[in-house]
Design a protein around this ligand. Structure first.
Ligand code: SAM
Ligand code: SF4
Length: 481
């Protein structure tokens, strides 16, 4: 059988309509919808004092952009009215105040190692508002331990000067750009025009010196993408030399984001087989240019902090993609932001900005779901993380971390991997479970075997029913706010 036919057959066999990306485990539809702001405070009180040595990833969500990209499923509001942003910032400051008053009252200090402004487009904030927010955070925790400060940046809304300001005046040292694709036909079909020249102009030598990581988000599965257009986009990426390329497979969910159907006006999206061909071109092009695959959806240059983290075992995958700095303990503020305290707790703020404000008006933290993880959840969370970040699961690591015999604990899962082993996706030895070169593209299917809430044996209908139930619970709860 030819290689491409083999791949096509594997994709056909292992394709699932519902794929979980395992940024979290259990996936958020299984979190407890009765978990509220008070439960979250108790979780902070339980977890933080016992984990002062562990670094916190402090996430700030700015849910605004000036123009809608038709592919986008991020939590954002499109506006050109800066008053709306000002008003949101007032509430964001209030949420931060409530959290830090609570922490101070309980004499808890936050050991923050990473600050991350995501969105939406945090670059929508004007200089004064950005600086004011950063200065405030500076008074609330010790920034001398902050090694990474990322600002997700919309390249169309920043110039060299602004990037220098963000670095020199606010301390940002990582940028994550929404690059998406450089082909003009693709760009028209996603309502996002931005040339490679734009990046050339803003990524000056001075800017490159100020930022230790310059990441490009590269979306796969967009309308009009062909192996030729993707090869050209890769050539431009290689010329522009970002230190990290973060791939994402387009999540097409028109039931969440109706406007996504506009991408189909001139024809369908690339199918699974076509996506696989696109990924192959990307792999060949980026590898040839010296990029290393340092995670399921991640390519980085050899001297990038991400490559270092991948090599020394301190990479991690979570809600903000592949990150350096080891186990991520998220503390998120802003609408829709997620928090994740070690292996122990998850919590999430409401998506809806009106409800976010309403809860804060009552001096309540705007949490609408969360959970405390059981030991089994923690073990399985670690397994899904390992596949996503390192494309392997190391048995000794599980023995040391959880005091279990992983081969015995995962006996039935290893048994269920049999077919994938026979298909050449996975290798199981005395020491590890390892994804093969072909298997690397099926990391999510392998993780799914370790998922006890939504195992592969659960029918598509049952999975959909569970998601629907979770959404209903969510809607009922939010109606009562
Ligand atoms: C918050 S945005 C990045 C910053 C900024 N807003 C921008 O677009 O320039 C985060 C990234 O999520 C990715 N993304 C958005 N919608 C997606 C979808 N439906 N499927 C997969 N990735 C998506 C995009 O690559 C986007 O760059
Ligand atoms: S991709 Fe970025 S700029 Fe486009 S709508 Fe989404 S968050 Fe906004």
């Amino acid at each position: 059988m030819t290689e491409s036919l083999l791949d096509a057959n594997l994709i056909k066999k292992y394709h699932q309509d519902l794929v979980y990306n395992y940024a979290e485990y259990p996936t958020c539809d299984h979190w407890d919808f009765n978990f509220n702001g008070e439960d979250y405070k108790n979780a902070l009180l339980d977890w933080l004092p016992n984990n002062q040595d562990k670094k916190i990833f402090f996430y700030v969500h700015i849910p605004f952009c000036e123009q809608l990209c038709w592919f986008c499923t991020c939590s954002k509001i499109i506006t050109k009215d800066y008053n709306k942003i000002k008003e949101y910032l007032e509430y964001l400051h209030k949420e931060i105040d409530i959290i830090f008053e609570f922490l101070n009252k309980n004499k808890i200090k936050l050991n923050v190692g990473t600050v991350y402004f995501g969105g939406g487009s945090p670059t929508i904030l004007n200089r004064e508002d950005l600086k004011f927010l950063v200065d405030k955070l500076n008074t609330l925790f010790d920034w001398s331990n902050v090694e990474n400060f990322t600002i997700e940046s919309d390249p169309r809304r920043v110039d060299e000067d602004r990037l220098i300001f963000n670095a020199e005046q606010c301390g940002a040292n990582r940028i994550s750009f929404g690059m998406q694709d450089f082909d003009i036909n693709v760009q028209k079909r996603i309502n996002r025009i931005q040339s490679a020249k734009l990046f050339e102009d803003i990524l000056t030598d001075r800017v490159r010196k100020l930022y230790k990581e310059i990441a490009f988000d590269f979306l796969i599965g967009l309308p009009g993408q062909t192996t030729t257009s993707i090869a050209n986009t890769c050539d431009k990426i290689v010329e522009l030399k970002p230190t990290l390329v973060q791939l994402s497979l387009l999540a097409y969910k028109p039931w969440v984001a109706k406007y996504q159907v506009q991408m189909l006006a001139e024809g369908p999206l690339p199918n699974f087989f076509e996506r696989r061909e696109l990924l192959k071109v990307i792999h060949e092009k980026l590898s040839k240019a010296g990029y290393k695959r340092t995670g399921f959806e991640c390519y980085s240059l050899p001297d990038s902090p991400m490559t270092e983290a991948f090599n020394d075992g301190t990479a991690h995958y979570g809600a903000s993609g592949h990150q350096t700095g080891g186990r991520v303990n998220f503390l998120g503020v802003g609408s829709s932001s997620k928090s994740n305290l070690g292996d122990d707790y998850y919590a999430q703020n409401v998506y809806d900005v009106a409800k976010y404000k309403k809860l804060l008006d009552s001096n309540l933290l705007p949490i609408f779901r969360g959970m405390k993880l059981s030991k089994d959840d923690q073990i399985r969370q670690h397994a899904t993380q390992q596949f996503k970040s390192y494309l392997r699961l190391d048995f000794i690591d599980f023995e040391n971390k959880f005091k279990i015999d992983p081969k015995n604990y995962f006996k039935s899962e290893i048994n269920n991997l049999r077919e994938m082993i026979d298909d050449g996706l996975v290798k199981v030895s005395d020491k590890s479970i390892e994804l093969t070169e072909i298997g690397k593209d099926f990391s999510q299917n392998v993780s799914n075997i370790f998922d006890s809430y939504d195992p592969p044996t659960k029918s598509y209908e049952k999975r959909l029913e569970d998601i629907r139930k979770a959404k209903d619970k969510q809607a009922k709860l939010l109606d009562n706010i």
